[in-house]
Design a protein around this ligand. Sequence first.
Ligand code: GAL
Length: 385
Amino acid sequence: MTPLLARTGQALGLAMAFGLAASSAQAAGLTREHANFATLEDGTSVERFVLRNGHGMQASILTYGATLQSLLVPDKAGKLADVVLGFDDVKGYQEHGDVYFGATIGRFGNRLAKGQFSLDGKQYQVPVNDGPNALHGGPKGFDKHVWKARETDEKGWVGVTLSYHSADGEMGFPGNLNVEVEYSLNEDNVLRIRYKATTDRSTVLNLTNHSYFNLAGAGEGDILNQVATLYAAKYTPIDSTLIPTGELAPVAGTPLDFTRPVAFGKHIRDDHEQLKFAEPKQGGFDFNWVLDSAGDLGKLAADVMDPGSGRRLQLYTTEPGVQLYTGNFLKGFTGKGGKTYPHWGAFTLETQHYPDAPNQPNFPSTRLDPKHTYTQTTLFKFSAQ
Ligand code: GAL
């Protein structure tokens, strides 16, 4: 790729000015475009940014919820499929806000017991929205706001950065919080998500992305024969309301042992108390694994393969945990292109600090103080074999 063409959207403009066809510029490398996706009732415009690389990989990001709306990835024959669940219009996201398809989650990923936590002796209450608990930042989390967007690039990457100001007291959390999420794509088929946040008062923060993956393609059945490895010797057991007990328990000898490659379906129906807590009727995975990589972005955290298409997803993250959730609450949604998303129709890899951390003295801290910057980097690397 020439340096000229490496400069993405601008490159395209320049390439056209130099008389090159738009298609050849796109085929040669990284590009970006954006357009209006929807206009909300109050007149707010929702934009969609589309990032592409020279291998056909394409990520679409909405300013609504800073949401990854679609992700085209080649299989072993080079055939593209959209590997994330989502909707064709904003209405879908608004009407099914409790599935969090592709959304940026904040201020607090996963559950806070009874929506409560205390900080420096002061008690805070987040409105509950999941039985007795607060889930994913409460009833109106970051996934239900329209973010600002700007184009960002660095050498070898094409990106878009979304930003949001969460006012002091929003959903009960203290501090004026400025948060940024950057999605970018490179020529190694890596989708990178970087987060940054600052506050003017001490607060707690646990950001993640809630993409649901199906490596065979969204809406192409369930994920039970996709094979996962989680580099995690421990997990955080939960009670019947999905709140951690506070223990870090070994996965060895349980259906949560993914330290060697195993199909999601192999143990999903096992008669095990934790699986029943996650999904009382048929079982399912919905747990926080304690990653052996322990914040090291250079170490593989998880690896999932679809034997049919050959698509493979490798996960790297600076976060200490990952929530693997197998779509246990999906009950035949109609998503993009009219496709049906069945029970167990996808898996999430939500890189995070552990659920309910503010109430669990043994868990890594989720506290953020003024003059400090929260950062997180997560890489989703795709390949096919
Ligand atoms: C997951 C959570 C699940 C479920 C899902 C959204 O992160 O662990 O229990 O609430 O989000 O439907």
